[in-house]
Design a protein around this ligand. Structure first.
Ligand code: ASN
Ligand code: ZN
Ligand code: CA
Length: 333
């Protein structure tokens, strides 16, 4: 059978040496992956408008691991999109963001010193800044998985991006960004329950967010409270992130891939985890079957309990762990 695409290699800024599937065009190659719905990456050339230019290369060897080489962050995001595509396909049989086989575009080198990355439904694309001094690009694997997962939310539950549903929307992106990071088994960017730990967004070496105990960042919520929905969606997401950590790994101290965590519950109860694969399957089922635009944390509890019932039964250890984990973040019936 015919091979779909050309086998290239890349060296990403964060992700190091990776395989890339590209498209041959005349004497050159394009950073466009026909094996994954033609997902492609363009260079915005530091502009904030316009379509950018598709990355091309004469020998199908992309980037060199430095920020000075414009291709290196292109490699990061094209690979991040590939790993996200593969994660959803392999794990849930989802064929792209919309489950229709169509790839999304990634845009690297957006603006100058732009310290953010974002998903946009309109262009069906993700956009990445080069970070402070254009030296801390927002192109790490968990960031790519996070942004692309906003597309999955838009295609499924459509969680409204404000109030508690906004926090759930953000938590969903952190959860699946993290799952993608674990899935990829990348040599340089290994799986963890931290968000943006590679980017050094504060210049302090600290990650942007902590899922085991979100309040450690000084602003995120680890526990639900009245008025939680008034926090910025990137802080009210802490409740969902903390729930997911507890459900996956349980409360207390634990070291995974060399990173130490310590997850407290809000009521002092002890939670035993069911593993991140089962936790993510429950969350994905809840997102795609039961959550809607206006889902609150209380509704998310009901949605994940329904999902656990569908997948494992209402008397299962998994169902009980979902209940215990929500209790651990102060979300109860
Ligand atoms: N990086 C942010 C996010 O994906 C951008 C935003 O606030 N929309 O949530
Ligand atoms: Zn987000
Ligand atoms: Ca991470």
């Amino acid at each position: 059978s015919a091979t779909i695409g050309d086998a290239g290699t890349g060296t990403g800024y964060y992700d190091g040496p990776v395989a890339l599937t590209t498209t041959k065009s005349g004497a050159s190659y394009q950073l466009k992956d026909p094996s994954r719905g033609n997902q492609s990456t363009v260079d915005m050339n530091n502009a904030t408008t316009g379509a950018g230019t598709l990355f091309t290369d004469p020998d199908n060897k992309w980037g060199d691991g430095t920020v000075a080489n414009r291709q290196s962050t292109g490699v990061d995001v094209q690979y991040g999109a590939a790993m996200t595509w593969d994660f959803y396909k392999t794990t849930y049989g989802r064929n792209g963001i919309k489950d229709n086989g169509k790839g999304a575009m990634s845009k690297a080198h957006y603006g100058r010193n732009y310290v953010n990355a974002f998903w946009n439904d309109g262009c069906f694309c993700m956009t990445y800044g080069d970070g402070a001094q254009n030296k801390h690009p927002l192109t790490a694997l968990d960031v790519a998985g996070h942004e692309m997962s906003h597309g999955v939310t838009s295609a499924t539950a459509k969680l409204r991006y404000s109030g508690e549903s906004g926090g759930l929307n953000e938590a969903n992106s952190d959860i699946f960004g993290t799952m993608v990071e674990f899935y990829a088994k990348n040599s340089k960017d290994v799986g963890d329950y931290l968000i943006g730990e590679k980017v050094d967004i504060f210049g302090t070496g600290k990650p942007l967010r902590y899922m085991d105990d979100p309040k450690k960042d000084g602003q995120s919520l680890s526990c639900w409270k009245v008025g939680a929905g008034n926090s910025d969606v990137h802080y009210s997401s802490g409740i969902g992130n903390h729930f997911f950590y507890l459900l996956s790994e349980g409360s207390g101290a634990k070291t995974i891939n060399g990173v130490s965590y310590n997850s407290p519950t809000c009521d002092g109860s002890k939670v035993t985890g069911i593993g991140r694969d089962a936790a993510a399957k429950i969350w994905y089922t809840a997102l795609t079957k039961y959550m809607t635009a206006t889902t609150t944390y209380k509704d998310a509890r009901a949605a994940t309990l329904k999902a656990a019932t569908d997948l494992y039964g209402a008397t299962s250890a998994q169902y009980k762990a979902v209940d215990a984990s929500w209790k651990g973040v102060a979300v109860t019936a």
